[in-house]
Design a protein around this ligand. Structure first.
Ligand code: VG1
Ligand code: CO
Length: 543
């Protein structure tokens, strides 16, 4: 089979965002667009010859076509072997698992995660390195640089291969292995958790529902909850992955996973509900008539970590992304372990995990995980919660309210304004940046501001610095108001406003967060002038 050198020209918009390159499917379908980006990824990995690559995606529209293109290009670019999940499928946590288990050099994940799928929606591509985690900014910058200079790409003159049968075959000089995408991941979960104890829980009167939102976790959840843990058939709903996720947003929050939320808030609700996102790395946790914020979830799991066999020795430390509430910090201080604050995006946890500084980490955006892999992991979080429930014998609501009584409640809410005109998004951020110097010392929303800055992070392991990671207003009482533009959207700009304060008074821990945070919410609206600039009276999504 001949290697072809195809001439091309750079596209100006191939800069990876918070988590890889995400664009409309139509953008990816332009001639050479996917190929240019894949070649730029390969060019950023000069030592790839003869190495192993893991490849798979969340099954969204264009997944199968992209797999064929990438296989041909991988063969032409000298990779030794590519391990592909059967049908071209792999969840993000499973890719991370397989990279580590098989000592692969890296992996390519095809997903736009929580963004909608289908011919008119989103596609995405992300590169992970040998530790199983998202490529560092150094590598994504190299990919971006390569994409701006590209003149040609290499591919193979070959027919499509069969990705639906397990086995190994040669494509040019490269070995292709098609494997079960579920097995290795499930084995890892069985090593971390006490499956016998979870089986006892799920085979008793305890009832749960897992909503896979027609995304990638369906096959994994069926195998874990129904096959291995013996939960009744029907525990997993929407468990068949569809290329358009059944027309919804595969985003596990109260807005996009509303049917699950409604089910858990109904009269005869089950004890526990959970959902995951398009690529399986996010999680939403619900109890009967109870929603657990992701920030609280990280803190609760940290406080109860020793209930899980793999963490019985305790945690080395915990980390959270900057906009995530400080609930986990309070637990870390009580446990006498270190805590870290990183910018948004899982790639920033990689060095801390690799260096053994932290065991658990999480983000407010429904991401929780541990050092078992280098990605956030939706089903891991669900199994962790089930372990805490099995261990304590308590309901989700009791576990969380007791946690608040002990550590205080971090009232928290995030307001998203999606699909703003890009220049308005930029204008809002610049307006706040202009005010940063005069804000400290002022008293606003009934509290005094002590710091107002644009968050800069210096990685404690390699000393690298990341700037412009979000605007922070820090108040004297520990409250925070944070502003960022999303780095994963594909349409205009998405403004995220994060609000938080700590309530230690146990008599005042049962309020509606929107009410408890109303002064900060109003201040956020005023400072952004969102209503007068955009005419939007309410956010698109409130979590
Ligand atoms: C969002 C979240 C961030 C998360 C990222 C990828 O990024 O806020 O916490 O790491 O999505 O998650 P942004 O830049 O839009 O705020 V996933 O599940 O979409 O890979
Ligand atoms: Co995701």
């Amino acid at each position: 089979m001949a290697v072809l050198q195809i001439a091309t020209r750079p596209f100006a918009d191939q800069r990876p965002g918070t988590s890889g390159l995400r664009k409309k499917v139509k953008v990816f379908q332009q001639p050479h667009y996917l190929e240019n980006f894949v070649q730029s990824v390969f060019s950023a990995i000069p030592d790839r010859a003869g190495q192993t690559l893991v490849l798979g995606g969340d099954g969204r529209f264009y997944n199968r076509e992209a797999i064929q293109t990438i296989l041909r290009m991988a063969a032409a670019n000298g990779w030794g072997k590519v391990i592909v999940g059967r049908g071209g499928l792999f969840s993000t946590p499973a890719v991370s698992t397989v990279i580590r288990a098989r000592h692969a050099h890296g992996g390519i994940i095809l997903s736009a995660s929580h963004n909608a799928g289908g011919p008119d929606h989103d596609f995405g591509i992300k590169y992970n390195t040998a530790n199983g985690g998202p490529a560092s900014e150094k590598i994504t910058d190299a990919i971006w640089a390569a994409s701006k200079a590209i003149q040609s790409y290499q591919t193979l003159d070959s027919a499509d291969v069969d990705i639906d049968q397990d086995g190994e075959f040669l494509l040019g000089d490269m070995c292709v292995e098609i494997c079960d995408p579920v097995v290795e991941y499930v084995e890892l979960m069985a090593r971390i958790f006490d499956f016998a104890a979870l089986r006892r829980l799920l085979q008793g009167p305890f009832r749960m529902r897992f909503d896979a939102l027609h995304a990638i976790t369906g096959p994994y959840a069926h195998e874990i909850f129904e096959e291995r843990l013996g939960a009744p058939a029907g525990t997993v709903v929407n468990g068949v992955p569809l290329t358009n996720f059944g027309g919804g947003h595969p985003d596990p929050n109260l807005v996009y996973a509303k049917p699950l939320a409604d089910h858990l808030f109904a009269e005869d609700a089950p004890d526990f509900g959970a959902a995951s996102d398009g690529d399986g790395d996010r999680n939403m946790i619900l109890g009967r008539q109870f929603f657990v914020t992701p920030s609280d979830s990280l803190a609760v799991l940290a406080a109860h970590a020793t209930a899980i066999p793999a963490y019985r020795q305790g945690l080395k430390g915990v980390a959270r992304s900057m906009p995530t509430s400080q609930a986990a910090d309070v637990v870390a201080e009580a446990l006498g372990i270190a805590h870290y604050e990183t910018p948004t995006g899982w790639k920033f946890f990689g060095n801390l995990l690799d260096a053994g500084k932290i065991t658990f980490c999480g983000e407010e955006s429904f991401g929780t995980g541990s050092d078992h892999i280098r990605e956030k992991d939706g089903l891991w979080a669900v199994l962790a919660w089930l372990s805490v429930i099995a261990h304590t014998g308590q309901s989700v609501a009791d576990i969380v309210t007791q946690h608040w009584r002990r550590f205080g409640r971090h009232y928290y809410t995030r307001h998203d304004y999606e699909e703003l005109p890009a220049e308005i998004g930029e204008q809002i951020i610049q307006t706040i940046i202009a005010q940063l110097p005069v804000l400290p010392g002022q008293s606003l929303a009934g509290r005094s501001i002590i710091t107002a800055d644009d968050f800069t992070y210096t990685d404690p392991i390699d000393g690298s610095t990341s700037t412009h990671q979000g605007l922070r207003l820090l108040f004297a009482d520990g409250a925070r108001l944070i502003f960022r533009l999303s780095g994963t959207g594909t349409e205009g700009a998405t403004l995220r406003i994060y609000h938080e304060y700590l309530e230690k008074d146990t008599q005042r821990q049962q309020q509606d967060p929107q009410r408890a945070l109303r002064d900060l919410i109003r201040l956020g609206r005023d400072l952004t002038r969102i209503e007068s600039l955009t005419n939007r009276k309410t956010p698109t999504v409130i979590t």
